[in-house]
Design a protein around this ligand. Sequence first.
Ligand code: ADP
Ligand code: MG
Length: 266
Amino acid sequence: MTNVLAFVSIKGGVGKTTLALETASSLANDFGKKVLLVDANFSAPNIGLYLDLTNETTLHDALDGTLLHNAIYEAHGIDVIPASMNYHKEVDPFKLKKILNKFKNRYDFIILDSSPNYEELKPVITAADKIFLVTSPDNVTLTTTLKAAQIARDQNTPIEGIIVNKIRSPKHEYNLEEIETISDVPVLARIRDHKKIAHAAHQKTPITVFDSANTISREIKRFASSICGSPEKNGFFQKLLPFKTIFQKEKVNRELLREKFYKSQI
Ligand SMILES: Nc1ncnc2c1ncn2[C@@H]1O[C@H](COP(=O)(O)OP(=O)(O)O)[C@@H](O)[C@H]1O
Ligand SMILES: [Mg+2]
């Protein structure tokens, strides 16, 4: 069964696009899944820029009546639908759910990137089967992320968990337990602020492809593995030195997610 998964937050710059893109890449390239990545940030899309795609035909055209098929481009093993930054006509973003429905049986996963704009987020949450919240571990971002959680709850779209991104200084930021207590949502991945992300973005290549052994790539792969229901493998050095650095101290429990997704797919 296809899952439509949306990565959401009500704040720009927290990593929604990066994590939607990287999760899509890992599901496709590490786990052999057929993945469609959709740029559902209607007013300020940037998946096309991240992947260096021409966006002659876009999601906006599809919302305007063009066959969705014509807006699909291939990049790094993923099928991608970019959006237009300057579409000349008004489109109805609530049509997203309907046009994606026709493509559901062609993919294992459809991943939606989203806008931080409150009004633009609603059609994305409506189109999604499940939501991943994206936050950084600071008060301001977490508070706004909880607003996105409220929209999902109001629309009865299940929130699967939070991805904590851009961890800089764990001593001076919320820890995982605090984030789970404040949000009442499990933390599913914790990702450091890492300069290699900028390097990968500059190369217009997902970090999971550009540097698959990188610590960020490995955490994304573990997160993607739980979405697939695949067992989590710890690397050789992780087994030897499980608590070597402060960034490895807290462990994320993905077992619940793994079980739920696995069961929903069989
Ligand atoms: N873990 C990270 N470490 C370093 N830079 C990151 C990380 N995650 C995202 N970025 C960078 O932060 C910026 C904003 O990320 P982006 O995914 O576009 O956020 P959003 O979609 O939420 O606005 C981009 O330049 C991206 O490369
Ligand atoms: Mg974005």
